[in-house]
Design a protein around this ligand. Structure first.
Ligand code: ARG
Length: 262
């Protein structure tokens, strides 16, 4: 796959050189797009199954497949850049990536720095605890005198909500991890009392670790969307393709492939 991409890029470069040579001959190259605009670079954090995760060397998942379908529809090359979650918005605003797609929740704060596409999925912040934990509902986290250690992935809405609602209110200490899976590992080792994280990754982490449960009560319900640099020319194009893929059922088919209905 990587080799194929490299080959394709080399071909594109040779082609670009040829066209620019032709251009030198006096033809009008004005409307020829710069070749970087033909490549969509998706910034993500590929430690978030089933949305983005590694299968061997390859990044797969709901977001990876939807983005690939968008690129195909637009006839553009496609590449995924894996990074820390809190590096995604800076990568997008600095133009290093064309867009960010990472099970990313639309929030007011993020809308100050990026534009969002139409939402393509719902997310729920849930709480994972050890079986038999004293924490039996979200309300317990808010109880007077509560003093839990809450594990989260840095910069996620799980981090933001538990910081604002719990830590700032003196009800908890928030421990931040680079990966959601690391927060869950800390839970299995009793280093944190619970983990606040999105429900689908939560299910995967709980299935992969003995002795963990997801509380029945939801912490927050959210919309996932693709983020773009503000006023990016790509937004309308990518969002248009996404909306067509939602309308024709492709997005739902991809989601169903990764998430089995309960
Ligand atoms: N939905 C949450 C947020 O937007 C968590 C997303 C984490 N995604 C990831 N690929 N690690 O903050």
């Amino acid at each position: 796959m990587k080799k194929f991409m490299k080959g394709l890029m080399a071909t594109t470069m040779v082609f670009a050189m040829m066209t620019s040579l032709v251009g030198c001959g006096g033809g009008s190259e004005a409307e020829a797009p710069a070749d970087t605009t033909d490549k969509l670079v998706m910034a993500t954090n590929a430690a978030f199954p089933p949305y983005e995760y590694y299968e061997g060397e390859e990044i797969v998942g709901i977001d990876a497949e939807i983005a690939a379908a968008i690129a195909e529809k637009l006839g553009m090359e496609f590449e995924i850049e894996d990074m820390e979650f809190d590096a995604i918005i800076p990568a997008v605003t600095s133009g290093k990536a064309s867009f960010g797609m990472a099970g990313m929740t639309v929030t007011e704060e993020r809308m100050q720095s990026v534009d969002f596409s139409t939402s393509y999925a719902k997310g729920v912040q849930v709480v994972i605890v050890k079986e038999g934990s004293d924490i039996t509902s979200v309300d317990d986290l808010f109880a007077e005198g509560a003093s839990n250690i809450v594990g989260v992935q840095t910069g996620t809405t799980g981090d933001l909500y538990s910081t604002w609602d719990l830590e700032d209110a003196g009800l908890a200490t928030v421990e931040r991890f680079n990966k959601g899976g690391d927060a869950v590992l800390a839970l299995t080792q009793d280093k944190v009392d619970c983990v606040v994280i999105d429900n689908e990754p939560a299910k995967e982490f709980v299935a992969a670790n003995e002795g963990l449960v997801i509380l029945d009560t939801e912490y927050a319900i959210e919309d996932y969307a693709i983020c773009f640099a503000k006023d990016s020319e790509l937004t309308a194009q990518v969002n248009g393709a996404l909306e067509e893929l939602i309308a024709d059922g492709t997005v739902q088919a991809i989601i169903d492939k990764y998430i089995s209905a309960e």
